[in-house]
Design a protein around this ligand. Structure first.
Ligand code: ATP
Ligand code: MG
Length: 277
């Protein structure tokens, strides 16, 4: 397995680009094109409500996959399974060739370090500065030195456009700024996978574009694998290699965005798109 930090990603940066902070340099990256996430025959029930039904799907390393579909179709549940906040009743989940479920607790902990997440509510640590919010986990979980973690945090804050807010507390920031800190905080762990669940849906409309721009930038300039749930269809169209349409815990359609948004095959997809677009 390669740990070569100069390894080109599947989305190579044009040579003339200013180098970005190496947020896409993963600690133990899977080779481009190999399968990074795999769910096999995953069933998740809450009581007698079957939320995911014998679900199979995979995401290749470096790809950006977006999940769309109606409320309650199981999109967040998938992300929560990958975060190990939930366990399936049946099936297996594999990340970077190692089983996340079922698996012993120490294995789960190691795999979890490869996965970063940003959800709708940013849950920053309210009593910590912006800088400390970003450095805390790399220092305590990864054992990074404080100096290195701070240097990296400053690079990430520059990338998300918040350099001047480094010493503020979350309550002194707008929702959009807090969400950009949450993105920087997730990237500080050098995840191989970034899970994004409706990261802009709790924001005032005028703050949405700034956050999406940051995510577009990450999608373009890093090799992080992204699994994204969003209602922002233009954003989904811009960043996705593949869009999965969910309905009732099943993938009913999977296609590149230009295909899925322009010529959906299923009536259910058409119906959903006409409601949200
Ligand atoms: N902790 C829970 N206990 C019981 N039922 C749950 C729980 N979490 C989710 N569900 C149910 O699972 C189903 C799928 O929920 P999920 O949150 O994955 O949907 P979603 O596709 O993310 O919807 P939305 O677009 O509204 O966020 C829903 O019917 C929901 O009520
Ligand atoms: Mg959801």
């Amino acid at each position: 397995m390669s740990t070569d930090s100069t390894r080109p990603g599947p989305h190579p940066v044009e040579p003339e680009r200013t180098p970005e902070p190496d947020v896409g340099t993963t600690r133990a990256a899977a080779g481009a094109g190999s399968e990074l996430i795999r769910l096999e025959k995953v069933t998740k029930r809450f009581g007698n409500n079957t939320v995911l039904d014998d679900l199979d799907f995979s995401v290749d390393a470096g790809k950006h996959v977006t999940l769309i579909g109606p409320s309650g179709s199981g999109k967040t549940t998938i992300l929560r399974l990958l975060m190990t906040l939930l366990k399936p009743e049946e099936g297996t989940i594999t990340v970077d060739g190692e089983q996340l479920f079922p698996a012993p607790e120490n294995q789960v902990r190691e795999i979890r370090k490869k996965i970063g997440m940003v959800f709708q509510h940013f849950n920053l640590f309210p009593n910590m500065t912006v800088l400390r919010n970003i450095t805390e986990a790399p220092v305590t979980v990864l054992g990074m030195s404080k100096d290195e973690a701070e240097e990296r945090a400053r690079e990430l804050l520059e990338m998300v456009g918040l350099t001047e807010h480094v010493d503020k507390h979350p309550s002194q920031l707008s929702g959009g700024q807090q969400q950009r800190v949450a993105i920087a905080r997730a990237l500080a762990m050098r995840p191989q996978v970034l899970l994004l669940d409706e990261v802009t849906s709790a924001l005032d409309p005028e703050l949405v574009a700034g956050v999406l721009d940051v995510l577009r930038d990450i999608a373009r300039s890093t090799d992080i694998t992204m699994l994204c749930v969003t209602h922002e269809m233009n954003f989904a169209r811009d960043i996705s290699d593949r869009v999965l349409m969910f309905d009732q815990g099943r993938i009913i359609e999977s296609a590149p965005p230009e295909k899925l948004f322009s010529e959906p095959e299923h009536d259910r997809t058409r119906e959903f798109l006409s409601a949200v677009l």
